[in-house]
Design a binder for this molecule. Structure first.
Ligand code: G6P
Length: 630
């Protein structure tokens, strides 16, 4: 979803801002814009270029976009259609104030009406124009007030900072904003609900919604927290709180980003998606690194929960969205099977509004790649309000959720650029296994022998994933067979139901083929009516599955109606060959690793199908990587 980058320093801002926008293209957007100003320029002319469509439309604009202070934005339309007019930056009437915004201002219509009564005219349908003009309104008022006050200390106050505070007190909703005014050599940033991070360089500063935007220049960062206001100059920055009226500065610890820019480059792959699929042996090795201790027969991470709480957990709720919610489903299956703790999985957008039943003996787990998904974040806050203990399984280090949870575990998958999630899913499943072992050991639900076996299997995952990546030619052939189909079914039972869901969403997201997932047993309660000759059905057969025979029967039911059967299987024998049209073989693993292993050929199937259909794989239409609005 929308991306923000701002720069102030001795260099020319335009190329830095343009590269920053390109680094965030993966988030999904429909228009982009840049505004700059020269600190040295006595005329203080503000430059602005906005375009609908790709960031590349902003290339070769160096003559129009001079200056060493600026901000830039990629927009994903919420209020008002994608267009040059609605794109950011937004500005006041004399174009002295420029603002970019991520998030949604919920009460923008009320504010708009008030401002209209004061003579403001609006040219776009966006909530961001309203926020810009609200700040402009207060700015003019504060300037007037400060110029008439005789007290010295009042005169030292910055009218734009005062205006920003006043405006943000009026708004309801979520925002990450960056702005500048032509009369001040500063960037102003504020956050409530949408991520922002300051990049600290040598005599220069950056501010962005994602550190990837400025990682070419610095890895020293400061993550803003909700209600922070940052005033950023060339050589320094000040952090203040919107809640404090005195405007005193806050001190907060800086961080170092622990990945470098190569992590957000394609490294010779045609698409980020393929790169991210192929790097899974490494990302899983990173996730495992130093965490499993075969000597102690334990997992090394801190739960920050008392022994008493862990032993008496009444219920676990796992809340997530999209692909992360399918990892959650796999987790539910395993927790209920191995630990016998009742576990619910619900998508965050439903859970947060259903008046959920939560008690102090419940553990609420949130799973999120980005750590910023608006619904999951809101659910997390709600769970905390109800007094539940919270645990996060999160990829992005320093993200809002990672700072909100009581405790958690980073999946260490590295930056995931393709909108469709792949390596995050497998690392999430691995981390759910860590949690399973940790809880199982403390509660005594798992025996030492079971834990020993699990740990040794988990340590083998990178190698097993490598083997699962071997079916490329066969997968390409299967992709060729399904590429022109209207619809595909993904069937799974037990632990493989979650994988069926993940397989179906992958193909929907990037190849735009309609796909539906069903619990295999549900086929005969409706979906089977749709089957006809050549209808692709993707499913799973694991030899040691107690429901092996039932899986074969489901295949037979579909086959009898002429379906084209693609099976992900951990063996090939004459029985399976007689049932399946295509077998994608994966290594034999216990059920707790099946979602991780069985999903690999389905990621590749989606990728090669989308490629054959000529789809824009890394940035599918209408989708965003990180959904920071409701
Ligand atoms: C978006 C992305 C999905 C992702 C979902 C949840 O819809 O396109 O790939 O699974 O958000 O995101 P999260 O960052 O919370 O895992």
């Amino acid at each position: 979803m929308c991306g923000i980058i701002g720069y102030i320093g001795p260099k020319v801002a335009y190329p830095i801002l343009l590269t920053g926008l390109k680094r965030m293209e993966y988030r999904g957007y429909d228009s982009a814009g840049i505004s700059t100003i020269s600190i040295e320029d006595n005329q203080r002319a503000v430059n602005i270029v906005k375009k609908q469509g790709k960031v590349s439309n902003l290339e070769n604009k160096q003559t129009e976009l001079q200056g060493n202070l600026g901000l830039a934005h990629t927009r994903w339309a919420t209020h008002g259609q994608p267009s040059e007019l609605n794109s950011h930056p937004h500005f006041n009437d004399d174009k002295s104030l420029m603002l970019v915004h991520n998030g949604i201002i919920e009460n923008y219509l009320t504010i708009k009406r008030n401002l209209e009564q004061r003579g403001y005219v609006f040219h776009t349908q966006t909530d961001t124009e309203v926020l810009t003009k609200l700040i402009d309104y207060y700015h003019k008022k504060c300037k007037q007030k400060l110029s008439t006050t005789l007290q010295n200390y009042e005169q030292k106050k910055d009218p734009l900072e005062l205006a920003l505070r006043a405006a943000l007190h009026d708004v309801v909703g979520a925002y990450g904003i960056v702005l500048f005014h032509k009369d001040t050599n500063k960037l102003y940033a504020a956050k409530h609900g949408s991520p922002l991070v300051i990049g600290i360089g040598k005599n220069e500063h950056f501010v962005a919604s994602d550190p990837a935007a400025f990682l070419d220049h610095t890895r020293r960062v400061l993550y803003l927290e909700d209600e922070d206001i940052a005033i950023i100059k060339e050589n320094s920055y000040e952090l203040k709180s919107l809640c404090s009226h005195n405007g005193e500065c806050i001190k907060r610890k800086e961080d170092l980003v622990d990945w470098d820019i190569t992590a957000v480059e394609k490294n010779g792959y045609e698409h980020f998606m393929l790169k991210e699929i192929m790097e899974q042996p490494q990302t899983l090795a990173n996730c495992l690194a130093g965490r499993l201790d075969p000597q102690l027969n334990d997992i090394k991470f801190t739960l920050k929960l008392t022994l008493n709480f862990i032993k008496n957990i009444k219920r676990i709720s796992i809340i997530a969205c999209g692909t992360s919610s399918y990892a959650a489903m796999a987790g539910k299956f395993l927790i209920e099977k191995y630990l016998r703790i009742p576990t619910e999985v619900e998508v965050a957008s439903e859970w947060r509004y259903k008046n959920p039943i939560i008690s102090k003996d419940d553990l609420v787990i949130v799973i999120s790649q980005s750590g910023e998904t608006a619904d999951t974040l809101a659910a997390l806050k709600l769970a905390k309000q109800f007094g539940a203990k919270t645990f996060g399984i999160i990829n992005v280090v320093g993200s809002t959720m990672s700072r909100e949870v009581d405790s958690g575990i980073y999946i260490h998958a590295g930056p995931e650029i393709c909108v469709a999630s792949t390596k995050a899913f497998t690392a999430q499943v691995l981390c759910l296994n860590f949690l399973l072992i940790k809880l199982g050991k403390i509660r005594g639900d798992l025996t030492e022998t079971q834990i020993q076996r699990m740990i040794s299997n988990l340590l083998n995952t990178p190698e097993l994933v490598k083997q699962s990546l071997n079916n490329i030619e066969q997968i390409k052939a299967a992709a060729n067979l399904i590429k022109d189909k209207q619809s595909i079914f993904y069937l799974g039972r037990g632990i493989n139901f979650a994988t069926a869901k993940e397989g179906a969403i992958k193909i929907k997201e990037i190849s735009y083929i309609h796909a539906e997932d069903f619990a295999s047993g549900e086929m005969k309660h409706g979906p089977i009516a749709l089957l006809e000759k050549g209808f692709p059905v993707v499913t799973f057969v694991n030899k040691n599955d107690p429901l092996y025979e039932k899986n074969l029967s489901s295949i037979q039911e579909a086959k009898a109606r002429g379906a084209y059967i693609i099976v992900v299987a951990d063996h090939i024998d004459s029985t399976l060959q007689s049932y399946a049209d295509t077998i994608l073989q994966v290594p034999k693993v216990p059920d707790y690793l099946q979602p991780l292993i069985n999903t690999i050929p389905l990621q590749l199937l989606a990728y090669y199908t989308a490629k054959l259909r000529g789809c824009e794989i890394d940035q599918p239409k209408n989708l965003a990587k990180s959904v920071t609005v409701e």
